[in-house]
Design a protein around this ligand. Structure first.
Ligand code: KG4
Ligand code: ZN
Length: 346
């Protein structure tokens, strides 16, 4: 085995991700990132069905590993360490990934590293924009989480400053998508619609930004009030027999989400004197957030790092990146009876 070659496996939700990364002195290089998704199998249910996802991971695991190795022209025997998502996520899917990773680690006689999925969404940026500077702020936004992390060390020094008190940003988009009659998952559809609408058409509420909330929840988010406000607004129009201006509703809603996320995150960067912001997670594919964060960070003199969209959604690269960071630091591997944890803390 080659100690600098790390295989990453991600199965926390509906994406089977397998990636290979190579550790260099000054950077971690992504060799390949293979993903198989069961998202289409869930679409008709309007949400992820864990049992279907588990079975899909089981079927996709070996073919995806084989494909990743072939694309990178790497022999399985060269793999020097195996990293896997230990949580948070769906327990069945996590178990499939962890079982595969353990089998590989035992079979190859190489170390196993169980890593945190949420931190992986930030760590993947090290493959794109280089190793993190000493201190970075990370905003991780997806269908399952919306967290603000202060990162002093991506493996050993991650502190959660705040998180959503109710819906995650992507979850709020998916719920508003459903009430606007858009296909699941609604996030990308709202994004597309919003680009044709007027973001100032409707003033929707910004959760936890009032002075009284700032004291206790400066770094927390809340999107359920916003989602309800959109539902009320749409219902009122429908009851009055009026047409719903879908693009304007989407644009105004997306603007409210991007506004709160960027304003609170930049305020936290200032408060903690952090000059670099990393944005990750499936929701960071959102174009309204990307544009607003880029513009506002430029104004605030903050270096903003947002990976390309394909590294924002769930993938193996984020796990290989974090595994590589653990190997780079010479950290002790996880035990081979590593337990997955659906609500794994940071
Ligand atoms: O990270 P991810 O792939 O899975 C989770 O861990 O949740 O994130 C998926 C979430 C879904 O809620 C999806 O609707 C949302 O991210 N999403 C978007 C966009 N692309 C994906 N939401 C808004 N705009 C997008 N362009
Ligand atoms: Zn995720």
């Amino acid at each position: 085995p080659d100690a600098s070659l790390v295989l990453g496996i991600e199965t926390s939700c509906d994406e089977t991700g397998v990636a290979l990364a190579r550790i260099h002195a000054d950077r971690t290089e992504l060799l390949v990132d293979a993903v198989a998704s069961s998202v289409d199998e869930h679409a008709r249910f309007g949400g992820i069905i864990p049992e279907i996802a588990s079975r899909a991971h089981l079927e996709a695991m070996v073919p995806t590993i084989t494909r990743a190795l072939a694309e990178a022209d790497v022999d399985l025997g060269e793999v020097g360490a195996v990293a896997v998502t230990a949580g948070p996520g769906l327990i069945g899917p996590l178990t499939v990934g962890a079982s595969a990773a353990k089998a590989l680690a035992v079979g190859l006689g190489v170390p196993l590293y169980g890593v945190n999925h949420v931190i992986g969404h930030a760590a993947v940026d090290e493959l794109v924009h280089g190793l993190f500077p000493e201190r970075v702020m990370a905003l991780v936004v997806s269908g399952g989480h919306s967290s603000l992390l202060l990162v002093d060390d991506v493996v050993t020094g991650v502190a959660e400053l705040g998180h959503t008190l109710d819906d995650a940003a992507g979850e709020a988009f998916d719920k508003v998508g459903r009430l606007l009659g858009l296909p699941y998952p609604g996030g990308p559809h709202i994004d597309r619609l919003a680009r044709e609408g007027d973001p100032t058409a409707i003033r929707f509420p910004r959760g936890l930004t009032a002075a009284k909330d700032q004291a206790r929840h400066a770094d927390d988010f809340s999107f359920s009030g916003l989602k309800t406000a959109v539902a009320r607004w749409v219902e009122a129009r429908q009851d009055a027999g009026q047409e719903i201006p879908l693009a304007d509703v989407a644009a105004s809603f997306a603007d409210a989400v991007a506004d709160v996320l960027t304003a609170k995150t930049i305020a936290a960067c200032r408060r903690h004197d952090v000059g670099t912001l990393v944005i990750g997670g499936g929701f960071s594919a959102n174009s309204q957030l990307r544009e607003m964060a880029t513009a506002r960070c430029a104004e605030a003199g903050i270096d903003v790092r947002i990976p390309p969209v394909r590294y924002c959604t769930d993938n193996g690269a984020m796990i290989a990146a974090l595994g590589a960071a653990a190997v780079r630091r010479g950290l002790a591997p996880s035990p081979l009876d590593l337990a997955v944890d659906s609500s794994m803390p940071l």
